[in-house]
Design a protein around this ligand. Structure first.
Ligand code: DOR
Length: 447
């Protein structure tokens, strides 16, 4: 257990809660931010960071990742994934239940929390998965950000595609329900229709826009029927975004991945099955509509859906290849690069990647730089552009769909609860995050 330290970050360009910047200092003590001011002097012993030329942002909260432990550690584990988080400026994550065993009861949840406590460099939380026959566990599972339902795109225990069963889950309890919204019946039918095609691009036609729209409509209807807190994971189509623009109850939130903003079906020609994910990549038009929905607040925040698979697995012939791409090392730089190009502002990126997910999951004292908040921070360099290089990646799968992309806003220092977890290319593997605590969501502006 490391001792609480005090950090004094000097001369940083600090983003304030109102989205404005101030050049100044920030002091931490006992894992929290205690002061933000133009200049801080202290008599106590502190570790100093000279942040001249760097921009200080709240650490990224990645609200959808697959870190594979327990059971699938050959793809990734909580240690390697959290090292990748530290490098990417991600200081907290929410992880999904499709591990082995499935995180579908209190025992599995407790075991994951224990594993994370011993291995994770950053803060962590774990969803509990609906299986269709574990209602008791869904009602009591604790602590968890919510219930994950795979309405489609899943084999085995975690697939819940029966409307009556879904209705029953929505009707009981009040915990957040997060849905992977794809219609399994439509996918099954189209899989048969296109069974002889092995071009990876067919993936986006099999699991088409309509499959996503059907499931999102159903989830929205059930959420409205019971006024049940709903979060729509990795929204991928313009059609869903437009649906939500017309009809979004105050208790519903939605996220989009960088992949669905920056990549589209053209990617299959360049990177083949590495571009295969669920829900699949869509068209350039979908990219644009999703961007606009994000800018307009119809989509609330960003998640990576970091879903690593080995290169060997990805080298098989479609459809034997697994779906998913890693993302925690590139999400912040992709978004900040977009901000530098004028597509959005840095303040918007901070909202989408820190403040808004903190609010959606009721993460107290996270997502903002202000005294009293947890000292989860990232110091980024917005002046230098560097390519994404395979040899520099820390994710165990060892590849990225963004290799070669010239990006800016790379983390120079990542700080987790006042401790330096990543500094100038080096991960401090001694640092450990904490289990996140979850509160309720209020959609009001000032909550
Ligand atoms: O592409 C995906 N892969 N989407 C998911 O939702 C699951 C994930 C995985 O676990 O590999």
């Amino acid at each position: 257990m490391s001792l609480p330290t005090s950090l004094l970050i000097r001369h940083a360009r600090i983003i304030l809660p109102n989205g404005e910047f101030m050049v100044g200092d920030l002091l931490t003590s006992d894992h929290s931010i205690v002061e933000v001011a133009p200049s801080i002097s202290t008599t106590t012993s502190v570790t100093e960071i000279d942040a001249t030329g760097l921009t200080l942002l709240p650490g990224v909260i990645d609200p959808q990742v697959h870190f594979r432990e327990p059971g699938l550690e050959y793809k990734e584990d909580l240690f390697t994934a959290s090292c990748a988080c530290a490098k990417g400026g991600v200081t907290s994550f929410l992880e999904m239940p499709n591990t082995r065993p499935l995180t579908a009861n209190q025992k599995a949840l407790d075991e994951k929390l224990q594993l994370a406590a011993s291995k994770c460099l950053v803060n962590y939380g774990f969803f509990i998965g609906a299986t269709g026959d574990n209602t008791e566990e869904l009602l009591r599972g604790n602590p968890t950000p919510g219930i994950k339902i795979f309405m489609g795109s899943m084999r085995g225990g975690l697939l819940v595609d029966d409307e009556e069963v879904l209705d029953s889950i929505f009707s009981q309890g009040d915990r957040l329900i997060a849905v992977h919204a794809e219609d399994q019946a439509r996918i099954n039918q189209r899989r048969q229709e296109f069974a002889n095609i092995h071009e990876p691009a067919i993936h986006s036609q099999i699991q088409d826009n309509q499959a996503a729209l059907l499931a999102t409509k159903l989830a929205l209807n059930l959420s409205k029927k019971y006024q049940r807190r709903l979060h729509i994971l990795h929204m991928s189509t313009g059609d869903e975004a437009e649906l939500l623009r017309k009809d979004k109850p105050s208790w519903v939130t939605a996220e989009v991945t960088p992949q669905h903003l920056f990549l589209n079906t053209d990617a299959y020609a360049k990177i083949g099955t590495l571009a295969q994910m669920n829900p699949p990549l869509r068209t350039q038009h979908d990219n644009q509509v999703l961007w606009q929905a994000l800018l307009d607040g119809v989509i609330d925040f960003i998640a990576t859906d970091h879903a690593p698979h080995t290169l060997e697995e990805k080298a098989q012939e479609y459809p034997k290849t697994p779906s998913g791409m890693p993302g925690v090392e590139t999400s912040l730089t992709l978004m900040l690069t977009a901000a530098m190009k004028g597509k959005c502002t840095v303040a918007q990126v901070v909202n989408w990647m820190s403040a808004a997910p903190a609010k959606a999951y009721g993460l107290k004292n996270k997502g903002v730089i202000a005294p009293g908040y947890d000292a989860d921070l990232v110091l980024v360099d917005l002046n230098t552009y560097r390519p994404v290089l395979r040899q520099e990646l820390l994710t165990k799968c060892g590849w990225s769909p963004f290799e070669g992309w010239e990006l800016t806003g790379w983390s120079v220092y990542t700080i987790v609860r006042g401790e330096i977890a990543y500094a100038k290319g080096q991960v401090n593997t001694e640092v450990r995050g904490r289990a996140l605590e979850f509160g309720s969501y209020s959609s009001s502006q000032d909550s």
